[in-house]
Design a protein around this ligand. Structure first.
Ligand code: PRP
Ligand code: GUN
Length: 226
């Protein structure tokens, strides 16, 4: 598979260039003087041949995450103790990092790692197993599970049951992407970013075989043929 290129900026004397690795070498694109201090907004990685289209661009993600953070801050304004945000590794790490920095309520960050038995390619099975547990004591606390994507629902169903048994004050869910056509188990999503069709998506934390997690947008992947 083609590795995703990572564009960088090069300073060539007085000239700043946007350096883009391509199969046959490197493209150097001169950056006009007024744009030289806007490096991060220029560094939008292009689609590679594995990716069909950008489904959700970085600006739309930013605006939606802002909305969700405002909503969450409002809903937990009276929480007696800092809210525990639990990021589900690995896919949620960017969504969690962005959302927690926009909250204006007291909160702590925790993580959990899970795996599914019987993985066949990209398909999820119903057997969820914990690889790494959280550290915070959840008893009497408000817990918000932060997930990148809801697919079959097995992962969130497992987490809600598992956390509820720890006697928290509340357990809610914040999910960036939902694939309604794929649900096998009904799961309540309290804060949803976007509904998407049943296609494999990557970027903004989501991977295919550990690739593409750091793309700033959500892209649809070309189906992989065996
Ligand atoms: O609704 P479900 O069918 O349970 O699927 C959703 C889960 O699948 C993905 O995790 P994955 O196992 O791919 O791990 P990763 O986050 O480390 O990439 C995703 O991050 C969710 O946690
Ligand atoms: N990266 C990724 N993980 C998933 N888990 C369930 N659906 C998806 C998807 O479309 N992309």
């Amino acid at each position: 598979m083609y590795n995703h290129p990572s564009p960088t900026f090069l300073d060539r004397g007085v000239l700043t260039c946007y350096s883009l690795p391509v199969r046959s070498g490197t493209f150097l694109i001169p950056v006009p003087a007024p744009w030289r201090n806007m490096r991060s907004s220029l560094a939008i990685p292009p689609l590679t041949p594995d990716l069909i289209q950008v489904l959700i661009d970085a600006d739309s993600i930013r605006r939606r995450v802002d909305d969700l953070a405002r909503q969450i801050s409002r809903d937990y304004a009276d929480s007696p103790q800092p809210v525990i945000l639990v990021g589900v590794l690995k896919g949620s790490f960017i969504f969690l990092a962005d959302i927690c920095r926009r909250l204006d309520i007291p909160h702590v960050v925790d993580f959990i790692a899970l795996s599914s038995y019987g993985l066949a390619g990209s398909e999820q099975s119903g057997n969820v197993r914990m690889l790494m547990d959280t550290r915070e004591n959840m008893e009497g606390r408000d817990v918000l599970i932060v997930e990148d994507i809801l697919d079959s629902g097995h992962t969130l169903d497992y987490l809600i049951r598992n956390f509820t048994a720890r006697k928290p004050r509340s357990v809610k869910t914040a999910v960036l992407l939902d694939k309604p056509d794929r649900h096998v188990i009904p799961v309540k999503v309290d804060y949803l970013g976007f509904g998407i069709p049943d296609v494999w998506v990557v970027g903004y934390g989501l991977d295919y075989a550990e690739k593409y997690r750091t793309l700033p947008y959500i892209a649809e992947m070309r189906p992989v043929t065996a």
